[in-house]
Design a protein around this ligand. Structure first.
Ligand code: URA
Length: 422
């Protein structure tokens, strides 16, 4: 095979054969096809697309590039959730222990954030002592003995994707439905979960800005999962506004703990309960009243055990920022819009996210949202509180939030369900 031949086939709108796909991904993983050639191929795929057979083969080849985990020896079913990423999306934190209450093991292999959407591991690392890196043996033991594990995805799963995703990130080829679907599903299938529930985000803060694109991404991923023997379903959920009332690392842990204590913002609770219900029932444990486990302390108890099992102290105070600043409403009325992307970028500018892989993030940086869509505010009342350790970051964050929110003096708007489709 010849890389140039494969690139030009796709460039000219042709279909890649299974053998071509296997060869090019294997050669890329081994360093025999260079970044420049793979970048050209990714751009050709971004522009020309792939048919469902090509996507299936591309996904298989990425899985074949690394190890596969096998949870078949566990005494309980496994269920995992994947979100395509959003602003204030802390759902994994309350979800994993909640699902585990019902006898389901939850292997939630996660990542650190890149760009404006925070990473689950970054959030949990704000808990003193908590450890993201577990060996495969530790993961198995915690799944069997306790149930929920949120930890770093080992480097052994789909190494082709690791390389390719970093390349796409710097070549304008992230937003391709075939490449996103195969990237996510190769890791999830290699991880070995029995059930997978996808939370596909749509709106300004998400990869997919329009509902039809989110629906196509969801259908593509469900098809890939189902075809590989994983019981897969997807919810399409709103990411036009931030999820909940906090964006940041420690701030999102705090809000997750509120949800586990039976409180928390309505949208976060709604989505957590919907995803947990889906995971528990698809894993074969029936239609259960998962909301009750948030109210009666069972999910909180599981959370505390999960954090302790990974070296964290669930009672330790979370880090707080050295500096805080309010952003106040300039008029009175109802909040009718709050742009998720701008809030995400502002939080990033405060230090909650990283600009480059490997950068440190501030545990305490981020944004508290005092009034969400549908709520009334008076001119001069705080709308946001910005948190950071470095006050020179405030100005750029404030600029980003300028115009992010619409307050309407006459509106009577309440926010609908975050779940838009399934
Ligand atoms: N998340 C992934 O893992 N891969 C993508 O391509 C996009 C989001």
């Amino acid at each position: 095979f010849d890389a140039v031949d494969i690139i030009t086939t796709k460039r000219d709108g042709g279909t890649l054969s299974p053998d071509q796909i296997d060869w090019v991904l294997d050669a890329y993983t081994r360093g025999r096809v260079g970044d420049e050639q793979m970048a050209a191929l990714a751009m050709a795929i971004r522009i020309r697309g792939m048919d469902s057979g090509e996507i299936r083969q591309w996904t298989r080849a990425m899985i074949a590039s690394g190890e596969r985990m096998d949870f078949g020896t566990l005494s309980k079913p496994t269920a995992d959730k994947h979100s395509t990423g959003g602003v204030g999306d802390k759902i994994t934190l309350p979800l994993a222990p909640l699902v585990a209450v019902f006898g389901v093991a939850v292997p939630q292999l996660s990542g650190r954030g890149l760009g404006h959407t925070g990473g689950t591991l970054d959030k949990l690392e704000s808990i003193p002592g908590w450890r993201a890196d577990l060996t495969n043996e530790e993961i198995h033991a915690q799944l069997e003995d306790l149930g929920p594990v949120i930890c770093a995805a080992g480097t052994g799963l789909a190494p082709a994707d690791k390389k390719l995703y970093a390349l796409r990130d710097t070549t304008g080829t992230v937003d391709s439905i075939p490449l996103i679907a195969s990237s996510i599903m190769s890791k999830k299938i290699a991880e070995g979960t029995g059930t997978l529930v996808l939370d596909v985000k749509v709106g300004s803060g998400a990869f997919m800005k329009r509902l039809p694109d989110a629906q196509e991404l969801a259908r593509t991923m469900v098809e890939l999962g189902t075809g590989a023997g994983v019981s897969t379903s997807a919810l399409i959920t709103d990411m036009s506004v931030p999820l909940g009332r906090t964006v940041g690392n420690a701030l999102e842990v705090r809000e997750s703990v509120e949800v586990l204590a039976g409180g928390g913002p309505r949208d976060v609770v709604e989505l957590t309960v919907a995803l947990a219900t889906e995971m528990v029932s698809r894993a074969g444990e029936g239609e259960r009243d998962v909301a009750a486990a948030l109210k009666d302390g069972r999910a909180m108890d599981m959370w505390r055990r999960m954090i302790s099992a990974q070296g964290g102290d669930p009672d330790a105070p979370l880090p707080t920022a050295r500096e805080k600043q309010h952003v106040r409403a300039t008029k009175s009325g109802i909040v009718t819009e709050m742009d998720a992307l701008r809030v995400g970028y502002a939080s990033w500018r405060l230090g909650a996210g990283r600009a480059r892989k490997g950068d440190a993030v501030q545990a305490a940086a981020g944004i508290e949202i005092h009034k969400v869509v549908g709520e009334a505010i008076e001119a001069g009342e705080p709308l946001f509180t910005l948190h950071t350790d470095e006050p020179n970051r405030f100005e750029r964050a404030v600029d980003m939030l300028d115009g992010a929110t619409i307050i309407d003096g006459n509106a009577a708007q309440s926010r609908g369900s975050v779940i838009l489709d399934r």
